[in-house]
Design a protein around this ligand. Structure first.
Ligand SMILES: Cc1ncc(COP(=O)(O)O)c(C=O)c1O
Length: 402
């Protein structure tokens, strides 16, 4: 069967050039970077090189990049690390209603342990307002955590403006206030520069960037103090103990280098295909709503709500036609919980349950988009034919005066 992968925000295939770069570190260059001998030094210099590449992708210094296992661990180290370090100075965190589930879970856990959490709303455009951040800041706020680009709808948050606000507060004497941004979806898909953003901490993950799963990084601005979450080793300057995953980090470094060199080209390709896809869907499927701001968003995500059907049903129907997509809804105790992100846009339950994320990648082709544009209207039509609500709406439309 023909297969089309439109779930690149979940994970990406590994670039063959990345595999080539990492292979020697599985075989002849297998040393432990902490060893003093030749093998160790070889591995150490490979990790250092990878660190420089990841730093270069986001405009950081190499010494500000902490390697770890992925985006979830980066979010844990950033948020728990700051909160535990600053516990005597303040216990208030500001975050948003549309963060990745890992950030949500970490904030919920801190709340249960006595921290206060303000979760800022987003509006119909899926974007947080600077004024809401300003209004939420308190003297005991120690951390603002706002993602750079959302993983379900792709909207880009005003992190640079929030960064300027945080610096302003720090200059006015609130020295213990830090800004974290989860940039897992953003890196490699938009220009991402820690100086422009003014963030102190930034989470990254390798497997969204055409490198293997199991590697990630946290950018930690020089001077930012964190309580380590993984102790028991001197690695990563005591910020994350454990022998480095050398082959995975080499792969991450190479993927970062390629992303930096090819960024403009990738963005252009993704934007062209996404626009073509969206125009095709708008032409061929009725009763749909595009979710999230149409301009301030990543070039690779298109999130669409389909009235009268469940996203899960559509996902399965598309999968049977070889098309891989995802929904934001979570299956808990047999019932489908509507996506909190789509709900945060103010959408009703029906639209929240009927939403699908199509996420394109570097390897997506025009021809694949054309295939999906044939499969999707067919899948929607099949499901709606079985939907009593749709039949009723059609009958009412037929009777309505023109
Ligand atoms: C915005 C965002 N943050 C964090 C993560 C978690 O990253 P990882 O899978 O590397 O733990 C993801 C993964 O889906 C994500 O989209």
């Amino acid at each position: 069967m023909r297969r089309v992968y439109l779930d690149n925000s979940a994970t990406t295939p590994v670039d063959p050039r990345v595999v080539e770069a990492m292979m020697p570190y599985l075989f002849e260059r297998f040393g432990n970077p902490s060893s003093v001998h030749f093998y160790g030094q070889e591995a150490r210099s490979a990790v250092d090189r990878a660190r420089r590449e990841v730093a270069a992708l986001v405009g950081a210094r190499a010494g500000e990049v902490v390697f770890l296992s992925g985006g979830t661990e980066a979010n844990n180290l950033a948020i728990r690390g700051v909160c535990e370090q600053q516990r005597e100075r303040g216990r208030h965190i500001i975050t948003t209603a549309i963060e990745h589930s890992s950030v949500r879970a970490i904030c919920d856990a801190l709340e249960r342990r006595g921290w206060e959490v303000t979760r800022l709303p987003v509006y119909e455009d899926g974007i947080v307002r600077l004024e809401d951040v300003r209004a939420a800041l308190r003297d005991d706020t120690v951390l603002v955590s706002v993602m750079l680009a959302n993983n379900e709808i792709g909207t880009i948050q005003p992190v640079a403006d929030i960064g300027a606000l945080v610096r302003e507060r720090r200059a006015a004497g609130q020295k213990h206030l830090w800004l974290h941004t989860d940039a897992v979806q953003a890196i490699g898909r938009m220009r991402t520069d820690v100086e422009e953003l003014g963030c102190d901490l930034m989470s990254m993950s390798a497997h969204k960037l055409y490198a293997p799963k199991g590697a990630g990084a946290l950018y930690v601005r020089r001077g930012t103090r964190l309580a380590p979450q993984n102790v028991g080793g001197h690695q990563e300057r005591e910020r994350r103990g454990g022998t480095e995953a050398v082959p995975l980090l080499v792969a991450f470094g190479e993927a970062a280098r390629l992303a930096r060199l090819e960024l403009d080209e990738r963005i252009e390709h993704l934007r062209h295909l996404r626009d073509r896809f969206e125009a095709g869907v708008a032409d061929s499927v009725s009763d749909i709503v595009f979710n999230g701001d149409r301009v301030r968003r990543l070039p690779n995500i298109s999130n669409i709500s389909f009235r009268y059907i469940e996203g899960e049903g559509l996902l399965i129907n598309l999968d049977m036609q070889g098309v891989a997509v995802s929904t934001g809804s979570a299956c808990s105790s047999g019932s489908l919980e509507p996506s909190p992100v789509i709900r945060a846009l103010g959408r009703d339950d029906e639209l929240a349950r009927g939403s699908i994320r199509f996420s394109l990648g570097r390897d997506t082709t025009d021809e694949e988009v054309a295939y999906v544009l044939e499969a999707l209207p067919r899948a929607v039509e099949n499901l709606r034919r079985l939907s009593p609500l749709y039949q009723k709406a059609q009958a009412e439309r037929a009777c309505a005066p023109v």
